[in-house]
Design a protein around this ligand. Structure first.
Ligand SMILES: [Zn+2]
Ligand SMILES: [Zn+2]
Length: 256
């Protein structure tokens, strides 16, 4: 069963339709038409196996008349084709707990297939549900923690400011961007991650910032940036200056 990350976060009560094996009502699980009887197979005498002589050897194989059942329905039930069971579309209530992970197995005890009456009956089987999570557009999950990649404009990164980040509970968190923030900067929003299975705890959310380089500049914007560039130097872009210094030393080392 596929659920969304939001559903895994909050948990969900839902109804599902599953084809579950039930004893056939028409023949009461026997496989014979009402009134007809299950007869002992005359070919194998009820053993389900027949012996054949092949040269000196005696071989045993399943009886082909009764299919190894030892019984034979001369007049098979028209509703279940003599099988004794049918799959019935059944609506079940399922409670998916908050915090489920991709691949979590949920067991519905005694809600699986009915034990065939023809083979002695007994308790119903269990039904297992396997949960898989749909990928999310904004968040990536690592157990209890969530990761979100958020772009910020070049000016916000340089001047500082605030951006709004959506949270898995449907809310929003304001994140303060310090002046001079670089791409790859990680901010931790404590307690804004996923819910934890069978616990009230919540993981954290990590926001990874990336600077968006402006595109489709107007003539005026281009002029402003060129003017900005002419005012820039060692202090404005220390990483670039530092890199250039290292590169110079590298080239000089080669000529020695
Ligand atoms: Zn037989
Ligand atoms: Zn039947």
């Amino acid at each position: 069963m596929e659920i969304t990350l939001e559903e895994a976060f909050a948990g969900k009560d839902m109804e599902i339709n599953v084809p579950i094996a039930e004893d056939c009502e028409r023949c009461d699980g026997i496989g014979a038409e009402p009134g007809a009887k299950v007869e002992t197979c005359s070919t194998c005498g009820g053993a389900g196996r027949v012996r054949t002589q092949q040269g000196f050897f005696t071989m045993e194989r399943p009886c082909s008349t009764c299919g190894g059942q030892g019984e034979y329905v001369s007049n098979p039930c028209t509703s279940c084709d003599g099988q004794g069971q049918q799959r019935v579309e059944t609506t079940l209530d399922v409670s998916i707990p908050a915090g489920v992970e991709d691949g979590t197995r949920i067991r519905l005890t005694g809600q699986g297939d009915a034990a065939p009456k023809r083979q002695g009956g007994g308790a119903r089987g269990d039904l297992y549900l396997f949960i898989s999570l749909k990928p999310h557009e904004l968040f990536e999950r690592d157990s209890a923690n969530l990761y979100c990649r958020a772009p910020m404009t070049m000016t916000t990164a340089a001047l500082g400011g605030e951006i709004e980040i959506p949270t898995i509970d449907g809310g929003r968190s304001k994140v303060k961007i310090p002046e001079g923030s670089q791409s790859g900067k990680r901010m931790r929003l404590k307690g804004k991650g996923m819910s934890v299975l069978r616990s009230n705890a919540r993981g954290d959310m990590y926001v990874e910032l990336s600077v968006e380089t402006p595109t489709k500049l107007t003539k005026r914007q281009r002029e402003l940036l060129q003017e900005f560039e002419s005012e820039s130097g060692r202090d404005t872009s220390p990483a670039s200056e530092n890199f250039l210094g290292k590169a110079k030393r590298f080239w000089e080392g080669l000529t020695d």
